[in-house]
Design a protein around this ligand. Structure first.
Ligand code: NAG
Ligand code: NAG
Length: 319
């Protein structure tokens, strides 16, 4: 088993880029640090949503170039220290650092694989660990040379975003409305803090105290979990039914008014996206295919090649 792992890891180190402009060749499926990911997931389930979130955040801000992993220095406030980072948990960073360490321990692999590629691979592995679909990961990203908190502003979707804003943000990254809906299903995992949802259950607008798009029973459950004076650190599962699985239950929840964030529920309330929600709620294979397609496209966003990037020795610091 150990030997097999090594062979696969070496195969990875010899494989090259599918992205244009890079000198090297091609790649297929890679299993390199998969064991590291599986071990880490066993220790902490949060690794799964944390890694997925980290990849998404990385790609949406300045492209998939591991700029989100850079630590701030006295002279530079880095991407990860922008206030919009609330849902970035340390476990996503940790799994990438551990997978890199495992790769770097193999002499022929040392500093051959970028942190951005390792994050992309780890993301696929956590998707599989959450029983989502597997897919080949395109490789050949280089690590970015810039990471600033200022670059985050306005580039990440927020829990109260409306449909047009969501579409616009995704379109900016060459992702379609379908991609946006498929990637929203990442909310089939993960936790939310009450401040993002409080207005929906206590103070919606002048005519409705509770958002009428919310399922009444679900709104009651939310109020029980989050009484008015709740400790704001108390988090609950975003998906009330299957919080540990990537599956199409997310869409069934939306049909029942159980989308936790406004940005989830709007996918069902808006006429433009409801047919997609209905069809994926019925057909999990169609959702899986759309999710793989969207994840692959997400992994292409703003990829750095050639002199626009390098391979970091330490994912948290520029070389
Ligand atoms: C998020 O940003 C805050 C500052 O806004 C920082 O204190 C915190 O450590 C950051 N979180 C992560 C996971 O880097
Ligand atoms: C409150 O929200 C509901 C549902 O979105 C809407 O129908 C209603 O017009 C809103 N009321 C006000 C005063 O904005």
């Amino acid at each position: 088993m150990a030997r097999l792992g090594l062979v696969l890891a070496m195969a990875l180190c010899l494989t090259i880029s599918v992205f244009p402009d890079t000198t090297t060749a091609q790649l297929k499926h890679n299993f390199y640090g998969k064991k590291v990911v599986q071990q880490k997931v066993k220790e902490t389930f949060v690794t799964i949503p944390a890694t997925l979130r980290l990849f998404f955040h990385d790609c949406f801000v300045n492209g998939c170039d591991a700029s989100v992993m850079i630590q701030s220095t006295p002279n530079n406030k880095a991407e990860k220290d922008h206030p919009d980072n609330v849902s970035l948990a340390g476990d996503g960073f940790d799994v990438v650092i551990k997978a890199k360490k495992a790769l770097d321990a193999i002499p022929s692999c040392r500093n051959k694989v970028s942190c951005a590629d390792i994050l992309a691979l780890a993301t696929r592995d956590v998707v599989v660990a959450a029983e989502g679909p597997s897919y080949p990961v395109e490789l050949g990203r280089r690590d970015g040379l810039v990471s600033t908190a200022a670059s985050v502003h306005g580039n990440l979707p927020g829990p109260n975003d409306n449909f047009d804003k969501l579409n616009k943000l995704f379109a900016k990254n060459k992702l379609t409305q379908e991609d946006m809906i498929a990637l929203s299903a990442a909310h089939t995992l993960g936790f939310a803090h009450c401040n993002k949802v409080f207005n929906r259950i206590y103070n919606f607008n002048r005519t409705h105290i509770i958002d009428p798009a919310l399922n009444k029973g679900y709104a009651k459950d939310l109020r029980l979990a989050w009484p008015k004076n709740v400790d704001p650190r108390i988090a609950i599962n975003i998906d009330p039914i299957t919080p540990k699985k990537i599956d199409n239950i997310y869409f069934k929840n939306l049909q029942q008014g159980k989308g936790l964030f406004t940005s989830d529920q709007v996918l069902y309330t808006d006429r433009r996206s409801r047919p997609t929600v209905d069809s994926w709620a019925k057909n999990s294979a169609a959702f899986n295919a759309a999710f793989v397609k969207a994840m692959t496209k997400l992994g292409r966003v703003g990829v750095k090649t050639g002199h626009n990037g390098n391979i970091r020795r330490d994912c948290g610091a520029f070389n």
